[in-house]
Design a protein around this ligand. Structure first.
Ligand SMILES: Nc1ncnc2c1ncn2[C@@H]1O[C@H](COP(=O)(O)OP(=O)(O)OP(=O)(O)O)[C@@H](O)[C@H]1O
Ligand SMILES: [Mg+2]
Length: 235
């Protein structure tokens, strides 16, 4: 299968501290579904930030959509980022915009005519159960409601790749399942999905999903996308 992302011996160091990610190598198949797991502090958010180009690696090669991102001129970054839907661990909604306008934002930025914005936003809000909160500002929403706005905003443009960081951390199990169904539907339309989560209940819900497991900055699981480090043979 063609890969949409390739990491080769990627390392990430913040400032002069120790490496947060070391020797991370993997490929993501276009159209596949991945879960990224690992203890708090293992480096999940850091790895996702590299994926959606919020952060450059300290070493190694990252290819995205077939291009070497280290060589990518800054002017091309926004075009790349528009192809990726991101659900941030801390939501990052636009504070002065309503729920409706936050969710509509990616379509408007992409230049979709206003008459074609209304229906998808209406459908998306219904799906995440926020129709009656359409006019609310983020500060007046609960954590779970903000999370659902963030998810609606990330998926509405049907991005080529969806990167979601603990997207169900603030919602109840029924809603978590509903949101996962949304990711699954998007995946079936061709979007490559990467979901970082602590929630082991979720992992079994997508039978075809592959697992990537981080431990102290290194990818562990040899069965999924991950090929490094090689599994240690037992004595
Ligand atoms: N901007 C930063 N500057 C310095 N260190 C950082 C920064 N961001 C993360 N770190 C460090 O990198 C390590 C990995 O953090 P990261 O947020 O990637 O972990 P995580 O797996 O997402 O954890 P969690 O499950 O708690 O969200 C941690 O030790 C953290 O303190
Ligand atoms: Mg994190």
């Amino acid at each position: 299968m063609a890969s949409i992302v390739q990491f080769e011996n990627v390392g990430l160091r913040y400032g002069t501290g120790p490496e947060t990610l070391s020797d991370v190598s993997f490929q993501l198949g276009r159209g596949s579904f991945y879960f990224l797991t690992g203890a708090s502090g293992a480096g999940k958010t850091s790895l996702l930030r590299l994926l959606y180009l919020a952060q450059r690696p300290s070493r190694g090669i990252i290819r995205l959509f077939g291009e070497d991102t280290v060589l990518l001129p800054r002017t091309r970054l926004p075009g790349f980022r528009r192809r990726i839907g991101v659900v941030f661990q801390d939501f990052r909604l636009v504070p002065h915009l309503s729920t409706w306008d936050n969710v509509a934002l990616p379509l408007r930025v992409a230049g979709v005519p206003e008459e074609d914005v209304e229906q998808p936003v209406r459908e998306m809000l219904a799906w995440v159960g926020l129709t009656d909160r359409a006019n609310a500002r983020p500060a007046t929403l609960s954590g779970g409601e903000q999370q659902r706005v963030a998810i609606a905003r990330a998926v509405i443009g049907r991005p080529e790749m969806l990167v979601a960081d603990e997207p169900t951390g603030n919602v109840d199990p029924d809603m978590a399942e509903r949101l996962l169904h949304l990711f699954d539907s998007l995946n079936k339309l061709g979007t490559t999905v990467v979901v970082a989560t602590h929630d082991f209940q979720l992992l079994n819900r997508i039978p075809d999903a592959q697992m990537m497991r981080l431990d102290k900055g290194r990818l562990l699981d040899p069965t999924g996308a991950l090929r490094y480090p090689p599994p240690r043979s037992r004595p």
